[in-house]
Design a protein around this ligand. Structure first.
Ligand SMILES: C[S@@+](CC[C@H](N)C(=O)[O-])C[C@H]1O[C@@H](n2cnc3c(N)ncnc32)[C@H](O)[C@@H]1O
Length: 214
């Protein structure tokens, strides 16, 4: 396990390099995916693990409120200094496993490239379901475990070093299975690839899961 000093030093550097490190991937198509996903956001909207705020410019006129959560102090500092963050009604330092909001508070929850990093994705998805109104949606865009056994084996082998350099990211998670096992119902999902990314983080899923009516 990495020590606290490593985590805090690398966490600061990871946040500082995040936008630059992702720039070629965003340019080659990830930004378009974010925009397409967020076009579906409606009403009071919560984003979990918002990072440096790369989604914020892409929210459309369909949302009535935007609340961003980000538990990492270095990511949150980068997020708060961005002009786009002014668009948010609130930036809250909270992990997705313990969301400080009442039941059924939001119509949309957004999570992008985040269920790979959250320590307890099942707890986070239960919280997402709790804060969504019946009929409300989780919009997700996540890199996931490859359906190809050869790549999945490399994801398993490289998980530990990748987690160290990826600030807690697990490259081998079957996130669609986690969403399917949660109280949410997958409404639609499409497979894709993360352009200009290493093979172990290339497989993507993008879609929506709904909180069933009570
Ligand atoms: C790879 S970054 C993705 C950032 C952003 N969502 C994006 O699409 O660019 C992963 C993010 O998950 C955040 N994170 C880590 N643990 C978390 C938790 N327990 N709950 C919510 N977010 C968490 C990290 O601080 C980081 O901002």
């Amino acid at each position: 396990m990495p020590g606290r000093l490593y985590e805090s030093t690398w966490g600061r550097l990871f946040a500082a390099l995040y936008d630059r490190g992702l720039a070629a991937t965003e340019e080659a198509g990830l930004r378009d995916r974010r925009r397409a996903l967020l076009a579906g956001a409606r009403g009071p909207t919560l984003e979990i693990g918002a990072g440096t705020g790369l989604n914020v410019p892409h929210y459309g006129p369909g949302i009535s409120e935007l609340v961003l959560t980000e538990p990492g102090e270095h990511m949150a500092a980068r997020l708060r200094e961005k002009p786009a963050a002014a668009r948010a009604d609130a930036v809250v330092a909270a992990p997705a496993e313990r969301l400080p909001f009442p039941d059924a508070r939001f119509e949309t929850v957004v999570g992008t490239l985040v269920l790979c990093t959250i320590p307890d994705p099942a707890a986070a998805l239960a919280e997402v379901a709790r804060v969504l109104r019946p009929g409300g949606r989780l919009l997700f865009l996540e890199h996931v475990r490859s359906p190809e056994p050869r790549i999945a084996r490399w994801q398993d082998r490289l998980m530990a070093p990748w987690r160290l350099i990826g600030d807690g990211c697990h490259c081998n998670r079957d996130t669609l299975a986690a969403i399917t096992a949660s109280p949410l119902e997958v409404e639609h999902v499409e497979d894709g690839t993360m352009p200009k990314a290493p093979a172990i983080v290339r497989p993507l899923i993008q879609g929506a899961a709904v909180r069933p009516a009570d």
